[in-house]
Ligand binder design. Structure first.
Ligand SMILES: [Zn+2]
Length: 384
């Protein structure tokens, strides 16, 4: 391994060795859960690497975001947002936090999702510091909490923090494993929790009751038909059409009672061009029309619109050019959902493959770290 690849791999390994499992994914193997320990280490490293200011800001009690700011020599502001939490380790093979470097890879939970981007940025900044150089644009590196579960709270917290300071970034990179392809769009989401209301009776006399599960079953099939209809539309962009699916069902009180209540949850993925409020209100109309029994909307989550930028937008083109990759779209959602209307230029970008995320054996290829380091170096104006 070259000195440079060793340097990159060792930073990612160091980050993997600090467990930061999302508290909603806690389990016996997770150890100390939460992002705090990693955030405190990052604050120290940001300071070591010449950040002009470093802040730890609790988003939820005991779960801080960390912000490092490097003042540049231009008036542009660029942001790298990296989520500091990881998914569960309960299904991992071997020690999920050993950060083992072998076979041209760094192994362990978070190696690819998404400590790799953070490790690369730290290595690039450390190298620049050693050479007495600074990023040309003003740079904010954000370590954000709660991306994997709990509702993108860290991204929301960062945006509020930045807006209070009047900071409006010219460019935002949301770090996720994209094989260094600039992702310029993915779907948003909305959801509904619906209670179907029936009438209880003795199960020997079903005709005296109104079975809420049977009513919900008819509704579920109508929702499924609506999803099939959505797939026949011509998509507005490469991201594709919105989708709809029932994800949870709960109902019934006993084996000999006709159920008077059944609750279902419907997940709706929002395509670019769709308006969340309109989508949700049309979905509610459909539910009321198609359900044979009365319904109550227990929870309405209007959610976030899709993230979309043109594949020809400047940041997308520059990143693709430096990486030698093509713009692409993603099936999964990211912190980009919190930054619509905040940043003009935005992409989701980072080393390694999403196929190696959340798995029993997680790893990132060191060659991907090197490619990402080339791109970050150019992005920060640190190329030779
Ligand atoms: Zn991630």
């Amino acid at each position: 391994m070259s000195t440079r690849s060793e340097h990159l791999a060792s930073w990612v390994s160091r980050l993997v060795q600090i467990p930061s499992v999302n508290p909603l994914h806690a389990g016996p193997r997770a150890g100390e859960v939460g992002e705090a320990r990693l955030a405190r280490s990052l604050a120290q490293w940001f300071a070591d690497m010449g950040a002009d200011s470093v802040e730890l800001v609790d988003v939820v009690e005991g779960r801080p975001n960390v912000y490092g700011i490097w003042e540049g020599t231009s008036d542009r502001w660029v942001v790298l947002d990296v989520h500091t939490d990881t998914v569960t380790v309960e299904h991992c093979t071997g020690d999920p936090f050993d950060g083992r470097i072998a076979d041209g890879r760094v192994y362990g939970r978070g190696a690819v999702d998404t400590k790799a981007s953070l490790g690369v940025m730290l290595a690039v900044l450390e190298r620049a510091r050693g050479e007495g150089r600074r990023p040309v644009p003003n740079l904010v590196v954000v370590g954000s909490i709660s991306e994997e579960a709990g509702g993108l709270l860290g991204a929301r917290g960062f945006r509020e923090w930045a807006e209070r300071r009047g900071l409006r970034p010219d460019e935002v990179i949301v770090a996720e494993p994209t094989m260094c392809e600039p992702i310029h769009g993915h779907k948003g989401g909305a959801s509904l929790e619906i209670e179907v209301k029936g009438l209880a009776s003795h199960s020997a006399n079903p005709h005296l009751g109104q079975n809420a599960i049977t009513g919900a079953a008819a509704l579920v099939l109508a929702l499924d038909a609506e999803n099939r209809r959505l797939q026949t539309l011509t998509p507005a962009t490469e991201v594709g059409n919105g989708t709809l699916t029932v994800t949870l069902v709960r109902g019934g009180t006993g084996g000999n009672v006709v159920p008077d209540s059944c609750t279902i949850t419907v997940g709706r993925r929002i395509a670019p061009g769709e308006n969340n409020a309109e989508v949700v209100s049309q979905l509610k109309e459909l539910v009321e029309r198609e359900c044979p029994l009365p319904v109550e909307f227990v929870r309405t989550h209007v959610g976030a619109p899709a993230f979309y930028r043109s594949p020809d937008s400047e940041l997308v083109r520059r990143l693709a050019g430096w990486a030698g990759t093509q713009p692409a779209v993603a099936a999964y959602g990211t912190n980009a959902l919190r930054y619509e209307g905040f940043a003009d230029e935005m992409v989701v970008f980072g080393p390694g493959s999403i196929d190696n995320a959340h798995t029993a054996v997680e790893y990132v290829e060191i060659a991907q770290l090197e490619l990402c380091a080339d791109v970050f170096t150019e992005w920060l104006g640190l190329g030779s």
